[in-house]
Design a protein around this ligand. Sequence first.
Ligand code: ATP
Ligand code: MG
Length: 448
Amino acid sequence: MKKILVVDDEPSMRAALSESLQSCGYEVETADDGRDALEKFRRNLYGVVITDMRMPRVGGMEVLTGIKKMSPATPVIIITAYGTVNTAVEAMRAGAVDFIMKPFSLEHLESVVSRVAETGGGGADDRGRDSKSGKDFITGDENMRQILDLMETVASARSSVLIQGESGTGKELLARYIHKKGIRAHMPFIAVNCAAIPANLLESEMFGYEKGAFTGAIQRKPGKFELADGGTLLLDEISEMDLQLQAKMLRVIQEGEVDRLGGRESIHVDVRIIATTNTDIRRAVEEKRFRGDLFYRINVIPVTIPPLRKRKGDIPILADLFLDHYSRLNGIERPVLTPAALSMLECHSWPGNVRELENVIERSVLLCSKGKILPDHLYLEYAMEGLAGVPGADAAGGGSGMTIKEMERDLIFRTLDKVKGNKAKASRMLGISVRTMRNKLHEYGMEN
Ligand SMILES: Nc1ncnc2c1ncn2[C@@H]1O[C@H](COP(=O)(O)OP(=O)(O)OP(=O)(O)O)[C@@H](O)[C@H]1O
Ligand SMILES: [Mg+2]
């Protein structure tokens, strides 16, 4: 069990932190300021250090750099006040393994600490991680395995990667996997969701600005490119970026230089780009909604994650993983997935892919009874009705990637499932004639 050093100038905070960690079985020592912390660190061995950022005399940043000098592999977790994201980013770049934003719950603290302690805080490998990236990309599918192997081979290259795949297939997780496996792993991983940030803000987010560049620019702010310098920049849902910004992106990617808004000189950046999209980006290029030259720049290493329905072998494996995770998270004894429920999972077409499976399992963990998950606890019907809630599914062209034909087939199969194969009953429920039903099944190669 690892010994933890907790550094905070506030006695009540120190007490709360150490009590909570001790109750998790850690041995804890405390320091009441940065100087005291560095003293103690010099004389003792600690597995993890947790330090507050703002402290009189010697602050958290100095604790961090001091410790990194003495022992680069020791993981340091930073506690920062709400609204000081910049400080947190700076700390991550200086080698902090993670940060916790105040106010935080003790559970959150415990989960961060246990993750850091479990992974051995593996020094360089862990730096630049954020709390989401602790998750591994799990698969039992041969194709997917090959994709992961290939990504591992190119992980250290600087060439851009374009990850395509339906919503919820794990594009972001794969991007983090590539980052983690490469030589840039100890450098920052910065993600920008191009679809979530309004076009007019995206530019300043990406390139940063100088004080006074526009009304409201009260303070100089670095852009995502600068923050990702030396590391990886994830451009999530790049196809949503507007054309004007695409032109600027192209320049940065080509020349490796960014211009801050209102800035006088260009800043050199060395960034590995990983982009994702869940729409048919080639079609967007044909329709001139996406620049062809930018497409070729980012499509150097193309990779497509197959939808979950095309790698059914992953369904039991991922279900198992999520069962474990959500029962632990909710403090519930791990329920058993009955064979009937599992086969229902295997028959479902998963328009929302792994994310949908994750949601279904999370819900079933809470709704199951007597430690058993039965088909009814999966509420797959409900999941279909909730399709509008699946990100991407409502986008034009069906971002979920499911065609109307596929949805229709899915619906017919599931209805048949529900009525145990009684075609007359199923067709009544669906409002179609038995003959139409037969024709459809024939079309699917299910009946002759
Ligand atoms: N192979 C996997 N192993 C473990 N978890 C996975 C896997 N694939 C996906 N997940 C989980 O499923 C959820 C969705 O994954 P992610 O956000 O990476 O998908 P996405 O393709 O980026 O989706 P979107 O297009 O909607 O942004 C996440 O919680 C992720 O951790
Ligand atoms: Mg995503």
